[in-house]
Design a binder for this molecule. Structure first.
Ligand code: PEP
Ligand code: MG
Length: 312
């Protein structure tokens, strides 16, 4: 494969020695999809479907959902797209799926926990996703948010397969799921790590609270170790583990993630070119060395500085 020059992005994510790492986009609306295609995204690693419904008072119909999803899928012309089922609750409340009042919404009935209570809503969404994929010819996978256990992962994969979806995955954004990653890989086709929530739950630091922002840092060595465990489980399973949290948009941290065994990175469109170019500068083996240096750092600042020195 042709390798991109130092600061170029040729649209195919590879390390300098040819390891493929897909550079994907996070999207929530049709305008994000257009920006992602223009930036050269290889597909979508996270389509946040709940973003369309943050102001909705009633559940959108299957037809309304299908046309909203089709508008996001169409610009990608058959490139792979991972659609996340509704991630309702905590920082993304949906009026039509509001839980009873909870003392700690981040630890409450949210994400897949809502889907377990409202299977009817999940099944209607899966039908709309399948319809949108057929309408647009898109290559669609689905994944569930906030999965904590193997049983939840298996339940979701069964439900998605029964709806006609070929590839079902789960987000790993709860430390419990990271710890049982081998077993989760036994029941799904792929996983995607949500570093925003995985940092929040690993460090017990609210992602919306500025006062704990230094704890809630994607360079925390404890977070990187959990990601490394998932990367190793992915290699053992021969299945892909991506990252779709903000961590993937940092070009130096992207190199660390590749060194930890992550095979796709999904980010805002604005980060695609610089992350793609950063991957092309070094070999897979060098990114492994960089990752090892980050893992043994004592602070996020040390990890950042060490990795910055190794990559520049
Ligand atoms: C995450 O938690 O890292 C993630 C990608 O999902 P969201 O930011 O939508 O919670
Ligand atoms: Mg999340």
């Amino acid at each position: 494969a042709e390798v991109a020059a130092a600061d170029e992005w040729n649209g195919v994510g590879t390390t300098s020695d040819g390891l493929r790492v897909k550079v994907l986009a996070n999207v929530g609306a049709p305008k994000d999809a257009k920006a992602a295609v223009e930036a050269g995204a290889e597909g979508v690693g996270l389509f946040r479907t709940e973003f369309s419904y943050l102001d909705a008072t009633d559940e959108p119909t299957v037809e309304e959902q299908q046309s909203a999803y089709a508008a996001v899928l169409a610009p990608f012309h058959g490139k792979p797209i991972i659609v996340r089922t509704l991630d309702a609750g905590a920082d993304k409340p949906l009026a039509f799926l509001a839980p009873d009042p909870e003392p700690n919404p981040a630890l409450g009935v949210r994400g897949i926990r809502v889907s377990r209570e409202r299977v009817d809503v999940l099944d209607r969404q899966l039908a709309a996703i399948v319809g949108a994929a057929q309408e647009t010819g898109a290559d669609v996978s689905v994944m569930a948010p906030m999965v904590a256990t193997v049983e939840e992962a298996a339940w979701f994969a069964d439900r998605a397969h029964a709806a006609g979806i070929k590839r079902a995955g789960v987000m790993i954004e709860v430390p419990a799921a990271a710890l049982v990653a081998d077993e989760i890989f036994g029941v799904v086709e792929f996983v995607s790590i949500g570093t925003n929530d995985l940092a929040q739950y690993t460090l017990a630091a609210d992602r919306q609270l500025g006062a704990v922002a230094t704890l809630n840092d994607p360079w925390q060595p404890a977070l990187l170790r959990l990601i490394g465990m998932i990367g190793q489980a992915a290699i053992r399973a021969g299945k892909p583990a991506g990252v779709c949290g903000e961590a993937a948009a940092d070009p130096n941290l992207a190199g660390v993630l590749v060194g930890l065994g992550i095979s796709s990175l999904s980010m805002n469109a604005s980060a695609i070119r610089k992350v793609g170019a950063a991957l092309a500068k070094h070999t897979e083996d060098y990114f492994r060395q960089v990752a090892r240096a980050a893992l043994v750092s004592h602070t996020p600042a040390d990890a950042r500085a060490t990795v910055h020195a190794m990559l520049s």
